[in-house]
Design a protein around this ligand. Sequence first.
Ligand code: SF4
Length: 422
Amino acid sequence: MGSKKLKAVAVKGNMEIPLADAAKAGELRKQYLHELRGPVNLFRKYGTPGTLTVSSTSGNTPTKNWSGTSVIDFPEYELLGGKKVLEQQEGKYACYQCPVGCGGRMKEGTGKYKYEAGAHKPEYETLAMFGNGCLNGDLESIIKVNDICNRFGLDTISTGATIAMTIECFERGLITKADTDGIEMTWGNHETIVTMTGKLARREGFGALLADGTKMVAERIGKGSDEYAMNIQGQEAPAHDPKYGVDWAICYRLDPTPARHTQGGEGYPPGLMPEYDPDSPHNRGELHKIGSDFSHVMNSSGECAFAYVTLPHVDAFIGFINAVTGWEATLDELLVTGERVANIRQAFNIREGLNPLNFKVPGRMVGKPPQMEGPLAGIIVDEETLDRDYLTAMDWDLETAKPSKRKLLELGLESAAEQLYS
Ligand code: SF4
């Protein structure tokens, strides 16, 4: 899409979507509706902003462009949490027939920032990237930049990371007001954060330099600014710290779309994962493979990640898949389907000449050097062990990450095997 300069495809239909067994799907819905668990009430009431407070205190939320820690550098995270967002919300909304209903629309912005009534509620990632990441405790300014990004089709993770990097470069003297159209880009300065986000969206003045994301910003500014560009292979990392959850260290580098947080590393319904020590880097390869394979099935099916973490058991998901498709798939069969998705994606990257082991993960993300204080103090992610275990579990080469011919054939990917091994 990028090479064709295609921004989006909008599709609208008016036909009914048939279910293989509508009666069964209805029966399952009735059965599981009252068994939803985990964060269901949190998501129903607050949506994803409800996770910001606990995520900030645990260290999961990157702070000050990944250089700080919320409990020490940004106690204002309290001003951005679920309760504060709820005060600004005029109503809720849900995707069609979703029993969780995590969406929200905001009241009209009539104060220092103007936005229409019904502007979308900022999600966790947006609050974290423009809030904690920029040391900005002004909620209205984040609703405003969220609205700007939505109107221009900008990703708030990438845009927030780019603004945070710009602030750090300014604070460190790599750029000055002479570069930034006279705008003082300092930590927590919400007015300039909003102004610069607007300029970035319109590619106006210094905003044009920022508009292609942190990798390009580093190339354009130079002066060692790549140290503050928090991306992997050009994709800005989301607001989940691998020092807090080591699974993210694996998928940020080794998933075929790097810096991805929805491909393993998230919560799963009971019945999927065996017991494990979430803090240990050892023997994580096989576990991450299960999570990643399952995520591939879930993401491909269109299941919502926020809804599936509320399912009472993985059998609920399988039951719905079978009722909708008419299959009689087991968990093992679905995991093989996910594995096939993982391998065809990886084969594509390998064919195009990419080796993810060469992708650089910024040191700050993995504790190199380790943080000196806060909840993640002293933690260094053992990337080598994590990468090796996952590659071994996937049957991908330890030097090139190339799927083995045996694995591709076992999964029925003859064409991929032929292209990689001819
Ligand atoms: S489908 Fe997902 S995003 Fe949509 S309302 Fe339900 S939980 Fe929220």
